[in-house]
Design a protein around this ligand. Structure first.
Ligand code: HEM
Length: 414
């Protein structure tokens, strides 16, 4: 199968019937899924496809919410990738070292492993700790903006949004700044190219090999960072295993980069293309808290999967063991039953119980950090570049699949 060279999306056969043969990698869907969700929600709220190993696509808030809470029927320990992970065979790159023996907990785990690994992450992502990371984030944004201002133009996705989360999480984990570009590529390999066995393996091997070195370094010489903190942690009176430490660090990299970059990028795209909203936010900065929630709702980037262990009839849908259910948090957030005028971005929307960060026991453990990064990125940009516009709408590109967001937004400062 070939890939689109700019977005990485696989080039797939055209979809003739979205209810029975949907494809989340379809180029039209990646660029603009909203109309398709609206049609499905009205006509077939639980669509099915045989593509990619077979899966179901809920589009109603109530279904996504209920499935996220039913961890018995829809566990995470049986696979969370939206596509089957294919073994590339003997001609491919070397196999990943067998160190992720515990998966990438807590996201890939069910209780009890889920419960205690999640508990180990939460203090690092508490509001107080996140406030400490804000200083670093603000300075980083300012440096990136200096460069755009100096040139009078830039790429708000690739040169701004993409550059922020990787450095913030690198700062927390204790990863050097000059690894940022490499990490971003590895994370894209894992999430955006999960359908491409060679690229996925390249990303997994890269991340694991790097983390093995980083763990060995901390074992020899502890540092003031999260990897060291994890190595010093205990569960049931025993030090936690290296497999769990590696899995958790890999998860923070994977979960914290593409997701937040996509949210910042979509928000930048919205502000560049909706001058009325942009000017209102500049004039009324007190709207920032509700505006940030609204950007998260309207452009939720993450779709995770659950994989059925056994056949199950769910609301009349005959689900088969091994099939996936795509946790369509983005479509749930556009459900007009829950969000009046759901396809409009309303900066001062008051009722906004969106599912951008998921629901139930796996609800995002990094949401405080993600919100801070998004807010600071918008505040700093609008303070220095209140007027800007997309140069060529045809050059804006979006990536989709597990994480959806813009990958290029060429803009000029006005
Ligand atoms: C705007 C940015 C982000 C979005 C939209 C987002 C979204 C999500 C979603 C939807 C889930 C639930 C997955 C599921 O149900 O299977 C999740 C879980 C998770 N996220 Fe985020 N995330 C973001 C940023 C971050 C950041 C910055 C971090 C930390 C570095 C992070 C760490 C995690 C972790 C550790 C989990 C697993 C929690 C568990 O399984 O208990 N996320 N995220």
């Amino acid at each position: 199968m070939s890939n689109d060279t700019t977005t990485g999306a696989p080039v797939t056969a055209p979809v003739l019937d979205w209810a029975t043969d949907y494809d989340i990698f379809d180029a039209g869907y990646v660029a603009d899924p909203y109309g398709i969700w609206d049609e499905l929600r009205a006509a077939c709220p639980m669509a099915h496809t045989d593509r990619w190993g077979g899966s179901w696509l809920p589009t109603r808030y109530a279904d996504v919410y209920a499935i996220a809470h039913d961890i018995e029927t829809f566990p995470s320990g049986n696979g969370i990738s939206v596509v089957p992970i294919v073994d590339p065979g003997p001609s491919a790159a070397p196999a990943p070292p067998p160190v992720l023996t515990a998966g990438v907990p807590p996201i890939s785990a069910d209780p009890p492993l889920h419960t205690w690994t999640r508990r180990l992450i939460l203090p690092t992502m508490s509001p107080a700790r996140v406030a400490d990371y804000e200083v670093f984030t603000r300075e980083l944004c300012r440096r990136l903006i200096d460069d755009v201002i100096a040139r009078g133009e830039g790429d708000a996705a690739a040169e701004y949004a993409q550059q922020i989360p990787v450095r913030v999480i690198g700062h927390i984990l204790g990863v050097p700044d000059d690894m940022s570009g490499t990490f971003t590529e590895w994370v894209r390999d894992v999430l955006e190219f999960a359908h491409d066995p060679e690229r996925r393996r390249r990303g997994v091997v890269g991340i694991i090999t790097y983390l093995q070195g980083a763990v060995a370094e901390r074992q020899a010489e502890p540092k003031d960072d999260f990897i060291t903190e994890l190595l010093n942690s205990e569960h049931d009176g025993e030090p936690i295993t290296e497999g769990v430490v590696m899995g958790m660090c890999a998860l923070l990299l994977i979960a914290g980069i593409d997701t937040t970059w996509s949210s910042i990028g979509s928000t930048m795209w919205h502000l560049a293309t909706h001058p009325v909203d942009r000017r209102r936010l500049v004039a009324e900065p007190e709207l920032m808290p509700t505006a940030i929630e609204e950007f998260l709702r309207a452009y939720a980037p993450v779709t995770m999967a659950r994989r059925l262990v056994e056949d199950k009839d769910y609301n009349g849908c005959p689900m088969k063991a091994g099939e996936r259910v795509l946790m369509n948090f983005p479509a749930a957030n556009r459900d007009p039953e829950v969000f009046p005028d759901a396809d409009s971005v309303i900066l001062d929307r008051q009722q906004n119980r969106h599912l951008a960060f998921g629901a139930g026991i796996h609800r995002c453990a990094g949401s405080n950090l993600a919100r801070m990064e998004l807010r600071v990125a918008v505040e700093e940009w609008l303070a220095r570049i209140p007027e800007f516009a997309v140069v060529d709408a045809g050059k804006v590109t979006w990536a989709g699949g597990q994480v959806r967001g813009p990958r290029s937004i060429p803009i000029k400062v006005e």
